[in-house]
Design a protein around this ligand. Structure first.
Ligand code: ZN
Ligand code: ZN
Length: 487
């Protein structure tokens, strides 16, 4: 009897606890998108194919609907990329002829020669961004499109899409092509150089990879993914997931809302959210939910200081030494650009000056200005700074031109006493500057500038943000016609 009483008491206690737990609610807010540039939550109208929705405050693209077929078009370009990539692995890029002796260079020769000369870290970096990553992202995209084409999309497809987006920018095929052309222009006066099939394959690969990205409609893939009905955070607290649509329901308080940085699903919790710590996992993609990138300013500042430390030796020390008939001539980054100018290759020289000298300095300066703006809670220049951040994030990788050029020159100019190119310590420092500034841009969260200025208040929503077509003014959508988060 006593036992039965205790069992009943225990069950009651468990039910009470479960009931208390299930009162916690996670609300998926449909028809809203958070701007990744300025952090403003805004209504997202249902977009017609070919239309783009831009942030009403900073102009950042929030969503884009492609005109092309969502699976067939990227699949066609992806198959073409795979074929080009495989052909590229077995082809040569250029051939150099010095007094009857010939030397060829392929995609692998640069990294291998850099490692042989004792600059393994630069060799590995060049190999990673020109050989490994392009192959990896073509394979990932093929798997994503295969998964997305099936009636029931497997769980790994959206997970892979998240990985794809993180890896994509480390494929630097388009920058490598410019490195090839700068190397070619340096060699063409000295010896007989032939561009071989590899160069045409790299150029074609650049276009097919860009076309795959520009025809892929990520939102279509996310939308077909089920949203889980219950999730738990790190503390073991479970949340039941419900959905509201902003066309019908009132907007939750902005301090309770966040957006998943991987799949852009907007959610509202039943409490005020901490800005940088984890709030559990996304019910759609499983990504860790944070309002802002953690330790954004201190991380960016550390990377910037490290980049500054390397910047001085990167420009003072020679990046390579070109020796002819035993006579060596070390060359710094600036010296290389001047040589191109003197050879009459002014556009190429300007490109090297821009990519290798101006871009790293501009990145360090503008990111420092953004951190300062956040610290002083300034409201000045927030829109231009947010736009500059976007440019800085995109153009950073173009500084790799010089590193690629060196990797090609060391691999092809190997004629011993007659003509030889050696990499020098400066190129390690320069590669470090490029990578550190890329990390600095990545760790910075431009939304913190707007937060600090106190401008991320309640959701704007009397009207919908403008949609535009090919840059022109678009129509305002009807109020009932919001972008759904489920297919
Ligand atoms: Zn914005
Ligand atoms: Zn997500």
């Amino acid at each position: 009897m006593k036992d039965r009483f205790h069992t009943r008491l225990w069950r009651h206690a468990v039910n009470m606890t479960l009931a208390a737990d299930s009162t916690h609610e996670l609300i998926v807010v449909e028809g809203v998108r958070e701007c990744p540039g300025c952090g403003l939550f805004q209504r997202l109208p249902r977009l017609a194919p070919g239309r783009v929705a831009a942030c009403e405050r900073c102009g950042r693209v929030l969503a884009r609907r492609r005109r092309t077929s969502p699976i067939a078009a990227p699949a066609a370009f992806c198959i073409a990329s795979a074929a080009l990539y495989i052909s590229l692995l077995v082809s040569t890029l250029m051939m150099l002829d010095v007094q009857g002796r010939e030397n060829t260079v392929s995609l692998f020769s640069g990294p291998i020669e850099l490692m042989r000369q004792g600059y393994g870290e630069v060799g590995l970096l060049v190999g990673w961004v020109t050989v490994v990553t392009p192959g990896l992202i073509i394979a990932m995209m093929s798997a994503i499109l295969f998964g997305a084409s099936r009636k029931h999309m497997p769980d790994w497809t959206p997970r892979l899409l998240r990985w794809y987006e993180m890896t994509r920018e480390w494929s630097m095929i388009e920058v490598y092509i410019l490195g090839v052309f700068v190397a070619y222009s340096k060699l063409v006066d000295l010896a007989h150089v032939d561009l071989l099939s590899g160069v045409y394959l790299v150029t074609a690969l650049m276009f097919t990879m860009a076309a795959t990205d520009s025809t892929l409609d990520e939102h279509r893939i996310w939308r077909t993914r089920d949203i889980r009905e219950e999730v738990a955070d790190e503390g073991g607290q479970s949340y039941s997931v419900t959905t509201i649509n902003i066309a019908r329901d009132p907007m939750p308080p902005v301090g309770h809302m966040l957006s998943c940085s991987a799949c852009h699903l907007v959610m509202a919790f039943d409490h005020e959210l901490p800005r940088e710590t984890s709030n559990g996992h996304c019910p759609r993609c499983g990504h860790t939910l944070r309002c802002r990138k953690p330790f954004s300013q201190s991380n960016t500042l550390s990377f910037l200081i490290a980049a500054l430390v390397f910047y001085v030796p990167a420009n003072m020390f020679p990046v390579m030494t070109y020796s002819k008939v035993g006579q060596g001539e070390p060359s710094t980054i600036v010296h290389g650009a001047i040589e191109l100018w003197q050879a009459g290759l002014i556009p190429l020289s300007l490109l090297v000056i821009f990519a290798s000298i101006i871009v790293p300095v501009a990145k360090i300066f503008s990111l420092s200005l953004m951190i300062e703006t956040t610290w002083f809670r300034s409201t000045r220049w927030l829109v231009p700074l947010t736009r500059i951040y976007r440019v800085v994030d995109i153009v950073g990788r173009w500084s790799m031109i010089d590193v690629f050029m060196i990797s090609i020159l060391v691999a092809v100019v190997r004629f011993g006493f007659m003509a030889n190119v050696r990499a020098d310590f400066g190129c390690v420092c320069f590669a470090a500057v490029v990578i550190l500034t890329i990390f600095a841009a990545h760790t910075f969260d431009p939304r913190t500038m707007w937060d600090a200025a106190g401008l991320n208040g309640p959701v704007r929503g009397r009207q919908f943000n403008k949609t535009r077509q090919n840059g022109g003014a678009g129509a305002l959508e009807s109020k009932e016609n919001m972008e759904p988060e489920r297919a």
